[in-house]
Design a binder for this molecule. Structure first.
Ligand code: NAD
Length: 360
């Protein structure tokens, strides 16, 4: 089974290929596309150890010259120091405008490599080979790239689209369970914001998905990429509809920050989605039964639904107001009206927010 789809952005459109084992054929496909004469493959040290040789072999067998550049795994590497180190390595290797970059890894590698591609020599072509569930269903598609600053996440970056995305579903078998479950929060998000049938698919295929059964996993990843591609094609720079992808992230980011990042992103998004649904119920936008049904699915996939009782509610509120997506002191929430449809509103009273943040 394999899936293909296109992200429709005019002359910056690009294909996404989803297939079990596609990593071994990336070289042959890139040779046909003539994107670059030579590639720098960028991976964290962990992914380089697991998959570096498969990808490098595939490139060399196709007659494509390539160098593998690595950096230490983890979010702490998504910064300007690691960026500068990699840029210097590109210069030392004599990487020029006819060359390209390949991001092999999770969202950290994709964001870092994409930003390098956007800025090194004022722009090189780049390719995404995402290896975490989060990067396969979210960060490798849509062209948001960047790095963190000590002052906050993703504060420096660029919109810069890849030339092609290769999603190898076989690599999910080595992903730690926590990373897989965390990625499933983003998967559930797509059903709630845009596709009731997909939500039902996730309810019905729970066992197959958790066992990484290939047919279900590929269909699931394809549907997420299709929805993200549709939304990005409508609003590449997040001035309007793309903001629906932030469902669960507004309160989720505040929970993540208030926990000093001890709650990992996917778990915080799950908590944030349930909070947003409760807010929608409090605002009389959504039925309580719909909110309960989504919370039940989130719970069934092993994700949390409640803000931990010991987390300081005032800190969560402080982070909500300083979120970089807050406009003129007004927090915009993505709230479901039913499963599969959302609206964006700032008409949320203090009392409605309090009712959602209260300890349960
Ligand atoms: P990550 O890239 O740090 O990967 C998580 C861990 O999994 C790492 O330790 C990595 O070495 C390991 N790993 C990766 N693939 C593996 C595999 N197949 N087998 C075993 N281990 C593997 O983190 P992530 O969760 O993929 O991405 C998080 C980042 O993505 C954040 O920085 C976030 O800001 C960013 N993000 C970007 C966008 C976007 O649109 N650009 C969207 C969402 C998130």
């Amino acid at each position: 089974m394999k899936y293909t789809l296109d992200v429709g952005l005019g002359d910056r459109s690009y294909p996404i290929f989803i297939e079990d084992g596609i990593m071994a054929t990336v070289g042959a496909d890139l040779a046909k596309r003539k994107i670059a004469k030579r590639f720098a493959v960028i991976a964290d040290d962990n992914v380089a150890r697991l998959y570096g040789s498969t990808l490098m072999r595939s490139l060399s067998e196709a007659g494509i010259a390539a160098e593998l550049l690595t950096f230490p795994q983890g979010e702490a590497s998504k910064n300007l120091q690691v960026f500068a180190g990699l840029a210097s390595r590109l210069a030392q290797l004599g990487i020029d405008r006819k060359d390209g970059l390949i991001a092999l890894g999770g969202g950290v590698t994709g964001d870092l490599t994409g930003f390098l591609a956007a800025s090194y020599l004022r722009g090189l072509p780049f390719v995404q080979v995402p290896t975490t569930l989060l990067s396969q269903v979210d960060s490798s598609v849509g062209g948001k790239t960047g790095v963190d600053l000590p002052e906050g996440k993703n504060l420096v970056g660029a919109f810069y689209q890849p030339e092609v995305v290769y999603i190898d579903t076989a690599v999910l078998t080595t992903l730690p369970l926590g990373e897989l479950i965390g990625g499933l929060a983003e998967v559930i998000k797509y059903g709630v914001i845009r596709d009731f049938d997909f939500f039902v698919f996730l309810e019905r295929h729970l066992d197959q998905i958790l066992c990484l059964e290939q047919a279900s996993i590929q269909q699931m990843i394809f549907t997420c990429c299709r929805i993200k591609a549709e939304v990005v094609a409508e609003d590449e720079r997040e001035s309007d509809i793309r903001r629906i992808l932030n469902f669960g992230h507004t309160i989720g980011h505040a929970v993540e920050a208030a926990s000093d990042y001890s709650i990992i992103h996917g778990m915080a998004v799950a908590i944030g989605m349930v909070a947003a649904l409760r807010l929608a119920v409090a605002c009389e936008l959504c039925k309580k039964s719909d909110a309960g049904r989504v919370a039940a699915l989130i719970n069934a996939y092993g994700l949390p639904t409640e803000i931990p009782a010991d987390l300081d509610r005032q800190r969560i509120k402080k982070y909500l107001l300083t979120d970089k997506k807050t406009v003129a002191g007004s927090v915009f929430y993505v709230l479901p009206t039913t499963i599969g449809k959302v609206l964006i509103t700032n008409e949320v009273s203090e009392a409605q927010l309090e009712s959602v943040l209260q300890k349960r």
